[in-house]
Write a protein that binds this ligand. Structure first.
Ligand code: ADP
Ligand code: GLC
Length: 486
């Protein structure tokens, strides 16, 4: 089938969180199943077309959004996996950071920026040789793909027959704008209703995706159930319950060609579950690089994360002093909320021998942290899927997680002797529960034989994309089969 992904992030070109990893790894897995996949994304500042052998089309696309017309440059090429990519360039509009300047607020015109992405993807595909079978959009940023398609392109020869799948990676981000944005984006007024895109007198772009796509997915089975509840529905659980028959939860996978300690070029030594010896060298290197005492006997707890409310680090803050009075080390790589950065910074000042903090985005250090850590901390309030706990497990950093969303689907709690389980999971979002899980983890760390058993069990898990890609494939096939019945 001819599948077109539209995504605001795609690794390695533009990445803020896990969406980028998914938008690059899932198309690759779908390609292995025999599909042709094109990924459409913006040409942000910092993506250098010449570095990635992208070729610029001579003519620009004319893209109309509301009353405005944009001249969009198209840069085409291929990912290392052979998946086709198209990047859209609009000077002044798209050539900025992904969502906002580092440490700042989102750009106020993001709705227009991403509407241009959606429209440009549709316009590009109108001119392509083969008709599109499925448009697969992700997050509120690309929710206008199914909406525009349905409203304005239904008669088109190339795209009019396409089906739509919409994946929610995080229900907390909805793209909410004032009513005037309806005009700016050219959304028809008949959709300004509670079962359309209206949300408490505002425009909610995520709703556009939920109401206008044929099929909906989210990124783990547990999260798919949770978002139907008031507690996790972020105000959209009612609408999602109406569409529950169209909704599936498919767990994210990981790309073992990128995240594999046996082949990772970012590491000083390679290792795997059968021969984990190299991990000790990685730990020493991590401690050295971050100027911590090089001590194999102290458990290193790693964090690689966006520093946002969702991830629950404020809960760790409540018990950090008690944890750090023990002989443990904490390494944090993260960017986001200044208050959370300040919290970790403060811990570093108080415990300079035990805490190292790096801010900013650093892919290489992210790999070294996974390899050099014994434990991995992820106390999320909610977690649609989560990729880093899966990376951590493959690298032998045993995860300490809250049992929610994709964390509940990927980490099995250990017993005290380490004879079962792949990590440490706690239930309630309370300091004592997290403290208990960290305590169990540190105790097991000192029981070497038991700990190594758990670590190897986690390393051997198979979270490759293949199984999940087959589930998406099944959804695409069901949509296509409906055409044959017609
Ligand atoms: P989310 O998408 O909610 O941020 P995931 O666990 O799905 O969480 O994915 C996070 C991805 O972003 C991982 O690939 C992780 O390695 C990466 N990441 C997050 N913060 C940083 C950072 N500061 N530097 C490098 N990589 C980061
Ligand atoms: C979101 C979620 C994360 C998920 C990622 C990729 O950013 O927060 O849990 O893994 O999307 O689907």
């Amino acid at each position: 089938m001819e599948i077109v992904f539209v995504s605001a992030e795609v690794a390695p070109f533009s990445k803020v969180g896990g969406l980028a990893d998914v938008a690059s790894a899932l198309p690759k897995a779908l390609r292995m199943l025999g599909h042709r996949v094109l990924v459409c994304s913006p040409l942000y500042r910092g993506i250098r077309p010449e570095e990635h052998s992208l070729a610029r089309r001579l003519s620009r696309l004319e893209v109309r959004v509301g009353q405005r017309t944009f001249a969009v440059e198209v840069h085409e090429g291929k990912l290392a996996s052979g998946v086709e990519v198209a990047f859209f360039g609009v000077p002044g509009l798209l050539d900025r950071a992904v969502y906002g300047e580092p440490g700042g607020e989102p750009y106020p015109d993001n709705h227009v920026r991403f509407a241009v992405l959606c429209r440009a993807a549709l316009e590009l595909c109108r001119g392509r040789e083969r008709p599109v079978d499925v448009f697969h959009a992700h997050e509120w940023t690309t929710a206008l793909v199914p909406l525009y398609l349905r409203n304005e392109y239904s008669g088109d020869r190339r795209v009019g027959g396409a089906h739509t799948v919409f994946t929610i990676h995080n229900l907390a981000y909805q793209g909410i704008y004032p009513k005037e944005a309806m005009l700016e984006l050219g959304i028809p007024w008949e959709l300004w209703t509670p079962d359309g895109v209206e949300f408490y007198e505002k425009l909610n772009l995520l709703k556009a995706g939920i109401v206008s796509s044929e099929r909906l997915t989210t990124v783990s089975p547990t999260y798919a159930r949770q978002i139907l509840t008031t507690e996790h529905g972020h105000g959209l659980d009612g609408l999602l319950r109406l569409r529950r028959d169209a909704l599936a939860g498919i767990l994210n996978g990981i790309d073992y060609s990128v995240w594999n300690p046996a082949t990772d070029p970012a590491l000083p030594a390679r290792y795997d579950a059968e021969d984990p010896g190299g991990k000790l060298r990685c730990k020493a290197e991590l401690q050295r690089v971050l100027a911590l005492p090089v001590r194999p006997e102290a458990p290193v707890m790693g964090v690689v994360s966006r520093l946002v409310h969702q991830k629950g680090f404020d809960l760790f803050g409540e018990i950090a002093t008690r944890v750090l009075r023990q002989d443990v080390q904490l390494v944090v790589l993260g960017e986001g909320d200044p208050a959370l950065r300040a919290m970790f910074e403060d811990l570093r000042k108080r415990f300079p021998e035990r805490v190292a903090v790096r801010s900013g985005y650093d892919d290489r250090l992210a790999h070294l942290i996974m390899a050099g850590s014994d434990l991995y901390l992820m106390p999320s309030r909610f977690e649609p899927s989560g990729l880093t706990q899966m990376y951590a497990m493959r690298y032998g950093a045993v995860p300490i997680v809250r049992r929610t969303g994709g964390l509940a689907d990927t980490v099995v709690d250990c017993d005290a002797s380490g004879t079962s389980g792949t990590g440490f999971a706690f239930e309630t979002f309370e300091p004592a529960a997290l403290y208990g899980a960290i305590g169990r983890a540190v105790a097991l760390f000192h029981d070497r034989a038991a700990f190594i058993q758990v670590m190897r069990r986690a390393m051997r898990l198979d979270h490759s994309w293949d199984r999940s890609a087959r589930m998406y494939d099944q959804i695409y096939r069901e949509l296509a089969a409906a055409d044959d019945d017609r």
